[in-house]
Ligand binder design. Structure first.
Ligand code: THU
Length: 132
């Protein structure tokens, strides 16, 4: 399997971030998901005047991955923040539906600071279909 092109993933995530609909928090997030077959799906956060209906960038990107019938190989997130931010708890659970505990999840700021985790580090003891 070829190496993960993180530069391409972060570039795709940044392009998605610029499309974010975040008029309430002003916190724009972009995500790019590398599928196991090499396809890339992207998402941005989409907020709503009814705040609780907001959907994160990662989960919006998962919709496109599901449409393609894909499995996750890598996750890249871009935020305009002081430090790289990990995916929220809800997104971790949704990522776990399509990726293994060894899935690399990396976050980068627009200034280029980067943090790297695995999904297993972010969500130990995940609840999955293996339990039923
Ligand atoms: N957000 C994401 O898009 N992904 C995350 O993992 C964390 C939070 C969005 C949701 C909301 O639009 C804004 O960031 C502030 O919480």
């Amino acid at each position: 399997m070829s190496a993960i092109d993180w530069n391409a993933l972060f570039t795709a995530a940044e392009a998605a971030r610029q499309k974010a609909h975040a008029p309430y928090s002003r916190f724009q997030v972009g995500a790019a998901l590398l599928h196991e077959d090499g396809q890339v799906s992207v998402g941005c956060n989409v907020e709503n005047a009814s705040y609780g209906l907001t959907v994160c960038a990662e989960r919006n990107a998962i919709g496109a991955l599901a449409l393609a019938g894909g499995r996750l190989r890598a996750v890249a997130i871009v935020v305009d923040s002081r430090e790289p931010t990990p995916p929220c708890g809800a997104c971790r659970q949704v990522l776990a539906e399509f990726g293994s505990p060894s899935l690399p999840v990396s976050s980068r700021t627009t200034e280029g600071l980067r943090a790297d985790w695995t999904l297993g580090e972010l969500l130990p003891f995940a609840f999955t279909k293996a339990f039923f």
